[in-house]
Design a protein around this ligand. Structure first.
Ligand code: PCA
Length: 216
């Protein structure tokens, strides 16, 4: 039975929880359809170690679909990331005190990789179900982009990994109440969003055209 791998992150930046792990852990033992089985895992919020952990999971489970999820505090929507870039540029130290600045993630790797998820179809499906969602053109330059790039670099040489990508999610309400005037989304809504996202990945063989572009 093909495997779906879902990852979330450990809390970081003085938070006591990370919504990505709170949502992902709810999928343990859950079925999206009869033909796939779900594996969930938490990644460390640490440069280097997080990619190492992900690679071990990929080698062990040989998944057909991988969705890595991370917290984007301050964002109001489910952000389906379009592109991973080959740079680490940390605004704050990671959970191990490392703060790489302007370092390539993979020394001779390409500048960027695109997500292989049907990002537009996901956004459309979430919106049709009343969940705020958008394509994001940047996953930042911290540990999430680092893992996203590591994932797509692996996918580039493993064709059995049909679909892989990254999604950023807002704070939970219990986090947002410690940050002035900051948006949040309930755990139930984010769980529903991830469920719809997985369904879309399994059903939609080709992405759709939907205008979500931005003008600076
Ligand atoms: N968000 C951070 C790293 C871990 C997480 O959940 C980021 O956006 O890079």
């Amino acid at each position: 039975m093909p495997t779906i791998l879902l990852t979330g992150f450990a809390p970081f930046d003085h938070e006591t929880m990370n919504p990505s792990w709170e949502v992902v852990r709810r999928f343990e033992g859950k079925q999206v359809n009869e033909s796939h089985h779900i594996v969930v895992a938490q990644l460390a919020c640490e440069f280097g170690l997080a990619i190492h952990q992900l690679q071990q999971l990929l080698d062990q489970h040989q998944p057909a679909l991988v969705v890595c999820v991370g917290q984007a505090g301050g964002r109001a929507e489910i952000s389906v990331e379009r592109v991973a870039i080959n740079i680490d540029d940390a605004r704050i130290p990671d959970n191990n005190g490392a703060q790489p600045i302007d370092q390539a993630i993979v020394a001779d790797g390409p500048a960027a990789y695109f997500s292989s998820l049907p990002i537009k179809a996901i956004v459309q499906n979430l919106r049709q179900h009343g969940i705020p969602a958008n394509v994001s053109q940047s996953a930042g330059t911290y540990v999430c982009n680092h893992v996203f790039y590591g994932l797509m670099h692996y996918a580039n040489t493993h064709p059995d990994l049909h679909r892989a990508g990254f999604v950023h999610i807002p704070y939970l309400p219990e986090q947002a109440c410690h940050h002035a005037n900051t948006p949040s989304m309930s755990l139930e809504t984010m769980e529903n969003a991830l469920f719809l996202l997985l369904k879309t990945c399994l059903l939609q063989s080709k992405d759709i055209q939907l205008s979500t572009g931005t003008i600076c």
